[in-house]
Design a protein around this ligand. Sequence first.
Ligand SMILES: [Zn+2]
Length: 177
Amino acid sequence: MSILKVARLGHPVLRGIAGDVTPDQLSSPALQKLIDDMIETMKEYDGVGLAAVQVHEAKKIAVLEVADNPRYPDKPRVPLTVLVNPSFTPLSDETEEDWEGCLSLPELRGIVPRYKSIRVQACDRHGKQLDLVASGFHARVIQHEWDHLHGKVFLDRMRDLSTLAYLQELARYGTAR
Ligand SMILES: [Zn+2]
């Protein structure tokens, strides 16, 4: 397994639309290795999610896991999940705001509104159909990764850019809100 280079904001790959993964592609050793490498890269940089576009692969794949994470302490755990060709539908119009960060926008945090609870349909890494309901931070991570697969980053979803802050300054001065 390898740790991959993470694309930062400004790299065009982050603004493109990722392509669907075909069953043939998914079963290939190259794509299975990409998924392993994405998981290793997410863990190496203490991410809670990583989309393939962030490692320069324009494919609809995202990995997520929330365990004991120093970048997101006090967040509920989410088991390691691989989402291939994910789609989601909000279960209600209800949204909630919380801080988000992104490995492609290092050190930045901002307040982002997201649907509180969503139904997610995807395939797992073996092509098995997944159908799950996620809420709270879990739903937030999935919506953040779904955005990456459609050329968006969390800045595009912020209602108020004045909440944008560097982690170190946030820790030192707290939030202005
Ligand atoms: Zn991100």
